[in-house]
Structures are given as structure tokens and as C-alpha cells.
Design a protein around this ligand. Structure first.
Ligand SMILES: Nc1ncnc2c1ncn2[C@@H]1O[C@H](COP(=O)(O)OP(=O)(O)OP(=O)(O)O)[C@@H](O)[C@H]1O
Ligand SMILES: [Mg+2]
Length: 388
């Protein structure tokens, strides 16, 4: 029950290399992420029940709420759903094709904080769990099955660093010394023996495609697509502008994919925004929350604060919930929200959106809910489920 060349996970040199050091750089870390059970939701309590808790029990409840909030499962969005569908098309088309045919490559290119990594990891998690469920933990050759390889880029990664990172993922003993080519050959052995099917390369924008190192690594991606049994999923921002598609072969092979922010430009988009807020408010554990707290009473404010960027929105909500717990307010109000600080990019957009929303030039609410007094509606979210 091994992977080829399995060695120690201790390597004194690895931290000096320009690659990130998250636990997801190792296959065990990825499996722990992919197979983790959903965090348990702390109990919903009324204000009376909360006030009746001893101070120890209250501390415990609040710490559980903080941990739960930090580990919220991703919420299904129309944008993420469409992207996962595209990724599944590309992956599945390559699964049974002859080994000598180049496998698919996709690049998710979108602004920071739109959820690229979240969607990429959700997809990778699904691939990991589906393949292990369908085909077992061991391959016919008796090796561990590792459907996903993940590499995070950092700084000016060279070919050898990248290949080393693939070996590091597999904790391969051969990673302590060797050439770029020998590392690649050993990584190929691992990917073939462990029947890997997806190589996720996150934060590709760190690569300078127009530099010597960048061009060499871009070339190597073609080799990997030709020789390895994997689809390559690149994730980053500004990839086109940075020159990802300037290599004609990569331009022909990589399918560019996007992830859009929430918009409020039309009725369908406003319904999606509302649906997201309804799901989000259901996830919150606050004693005085009520249906419509976000989706009706804070919809415009939230949109103005995040201009449709899910990363800023989630940061705002998490900070606001912690404040609501700390102050005992136990619900989110406009007054509380305005006290919570947010990132520079979001703040730059805020005034413009607040003005458009206040003047009535724009609204974040769909018609049906606007007609109701105060906008309150306890409509259950029809499609709010986790993506991962
Ligand atoms: N569908 C979702 N449901 C809940 N939270 C989400 C969702 N998508 C993204 N987030 C949250 O938004 C934040 C930003 O997401 P993520 O890191 O995936 O963005 P990114 O596009 O990869 O950003 P960057 O370009 O900075 O790497 C994270 O805190 C993440 O948990
Ligand atoms: Mg990211």
C-alpha cells in the first residue's frame, strides 16, 4: 500500500523553495481536506437560552460559533455551478482517451477574491471522492490511488521547483536530489501508478510567462499534458495579459474559463444574488437573526460593500457575525455592518454603489421582493446547497 518512491515527509530544503507551504502541498493534506466531514453546526439558541448559559458554557458556544464560521462550507452559486460543469466536461472527455493523446487543459482566470480557489478545490475534492468511491483506494497494481495532484505557485517558480513540488506532494524519497528531468520522470511514475487524473496548479499568475523560467515551465506544461494521465487545471488572475496564451500550442490547448462576480444588472442576476443571501443567512448561528435579515434588510448595503465580490462579502459577514456575538447584539443590522471595516478594493467601489442604490438608479432586489412591504419574505432558497 504505497506510492512509488514513498519517502519521508521531512525534507530540510523544502521551505527554502519558492512554493507555498500549505498542508495542501502534500497528498495527505489534500485527502484530509477532501474527506473531512462537514463541520458541525453549533445549536441555534434563543436569546433567553443564550442568557441562561453559564459563562463557561457561553464561551464554549461562542468558540464553536467562531470555528464554524471560519469553516463554512462553500455555498452553491450559479457562477460556480457553471464553472464546475465546464471543468467536468474537460476532465471526463480525457478520462478514457488513449494515453498518447494530449489531455485537456483549462485555465480559470478571474479577479482576486471571486472564489477561484474555492471552486477549484471543490471540483478537485469531488474528483478525489468520486474516483475513490468508484474505483477503490488501491489501483489494480496495488498502489494508493491519488486522483488529484495539487501544486501552488509562489514567486518565480522554475521547472525544477515545480517538478520538485509534484514529488513533494507524493512525499517521494527521490526529491532530495536530482535534475529537473529526473524529478519529472519520477513524478510521472507517481501519477501513472497512482492513477492521478487532475493536476491543479493554483496561483499561476506568479509565473512570469515572458521570462526564461516562465517560458520553460510553460513548455513543460505541454509535456505534462502529453505524457501524464492528467487534465491540468490552472487557476490565477490576469493570465491572458501575462501571456499564458502567447505560446501557440498552449493557446490551442487551454480552454479559458471565467468566474464572474455577482451582478444586479437584470432580474435573473438579482434573483441569484438574493438566493445566495438567503442561503447565507440560513447558515448563520445568531440568536436574534430572522428570515430576510440579509436578503431583504441588508441586500443593498451588502452589494454596495462588496460590489458583487464573494470574497469581500464573506469577510464582511464573518467579521460582522463575530461582532454581533461579542457585543451581544446577536443579529446583523445596518448600524453594526457600517462599523465593520473591509478591504481597500471594496471600499473604493463602495461610495459609487451606495450612490446608485440610494438614488434608485440601481437596485439589488428582484421585483417580487421589492413589492412586499419592507421587502420581508421568508421564501426558502430553492437551490442553496453546498458546492463541495
Ligand atoms: N461559494 C462560496 N461560498 C462561500 N464562501 C466562498 C465561496 N467562494 C468563495 N468564498 C470565500 O471567499 C473568499 C475568497 O475565495 P477564494 O480564495 O476562493 O478566491 P480566489 O479567487 O481564489 O482569490 P485569489 O485570487 O486571491 O486567490 C474565501 O474566504 C472563500 O472562503
Ligand atoms: Mg486563490
Amino acid at each position: 500500500m504505497t506510492t512509488p518512491g514513498a519517502g519521508s515527509t521531512e525534507d530540510p530544503d523544502w521551505k527554502s523553495l519558492p512554493l507555498d507551504d500549505l498542508t495542501l502541498t502534500r497528498k495527505e493534506g489534500f485527502a484530509a481536506f477532501a474527506e473531512a466531514v462537514d463541520p458541525q453546526r453549533p445549536p441555534d439558541m434563543t436569546m433567553a437560552a443564550l442568557q441562561a448559559l453559564s459563562s463557561e458554557a457561553k464561551d464554549e458556544h461562542n468558540l464553536a460559533r467562531r470555528a464554524y464560521l471560519a469553516n463554512l462550507r462553500p455555498i452553491k452559486t450559479a457562477q460556480a455551478d457553471a464553472l464546475v460543469g465546464d471543468l467536468a466536461d474537460i476532465l471526463e472527455a480525457g478520462l478514457d482517451q488513449p494515453y498518447w493523446e494530449a489531455k485537456g487543459m483549462a485555465a480559470v482566470d478571474a479577479f482576486p477574491g471571486l472564489g477561484k480557489t474555492t471552486v477549484g478545490l471543490s471540483f478537485a475534492k469531488r474528483v478525489h471522492n468520486d474516483m475513490i468511491r468508484q474505483q477503490g483506494r488501491l489501483t489494480a497494481g496495488g498502489h494508493e490511488r491519488w486522483p488529484v495532484i495539487r501544486v501552488g505557485m509562489m514567486g518565480d517558480t522554475k521547472v525544477k521547483d515545480f517538478n520538485w513540488a509534484m514529488l513533494e506532494y507524493f512525499a517521494h524519497a527521490g526529491r532530495s536530489s536530482g535534475t529537473a528531468n529526473s524529478f519529472l520522470a519520477q513524478a510521472l511514475d507517481c501519477a501513472v501508478a497512482c492513477e492521478s487524473r487532475l493536476l491543479l496548479v493554483d496561483d499561476l499568475h506568479f509565473l512570469k510567462f515572458r521570462s526564461k523560467n516562465g517560458a520553460e515551465l510553460a513548455n513543460q506544461f505541454k509535456t505534462i499534458a502529453n505524457e501524464f494521465p492528467v487534465m491540468i487545471l490552472f487557476i490565477g488572475y490576469n493570465l491572458r495579459e501575462k501571456g499564458l496564451y502567447e505560446d501557440p500550442q498552449l493557446g490551442r490547448r487551454i480552454t479559458p474559463l471565467r468566474l464572474a462576480p455577482f451582478t444586479i444588472e437584470n432580474e435573473a442576476a438579482r434573483r441569484q444574488w438574493r438566493s445566495f443571501l438567503l442561503t447565507l443567512e440560513q447558515r448563520l448561528v445568531l440568536a436574534r437573526k430572522y428570515p430576510g435579515m440579509l436578503a431583504d434588510d441588508l441586500s443593498d448595503h451588502l452589494y454596495a460593500r462588496c460590489s458583487g465580490h464573494i470574497g469581500s462579502l464573506m469577510t464582511l459577514i464573518k467579521r460582522a457575525c463575530l461582532r454581533a456575538v461579542r457585543t451581544g447584539e446577536e443579529r446583523l443590522t445596518l448600524d453594526l455592518m457600517t462599523q465593520v471595516k473591509l478591504d481597500q478594493a471594496a471600499d473604493e467601489q463602495r461610495a459609487r454603489w451606495e450612490e446608485m442604490l440610494a438614488s434608485g438608479k440601481k437596485t439589488s432586489k428582484p421585483k417580487r421582493t421589492r413589492r412586499q412591504r419592507g421587502g420581508r419574505s421568508d421564501t426558502a432558497d430553492p437551490d442553496g446547497t453546498a458546492t463541495g
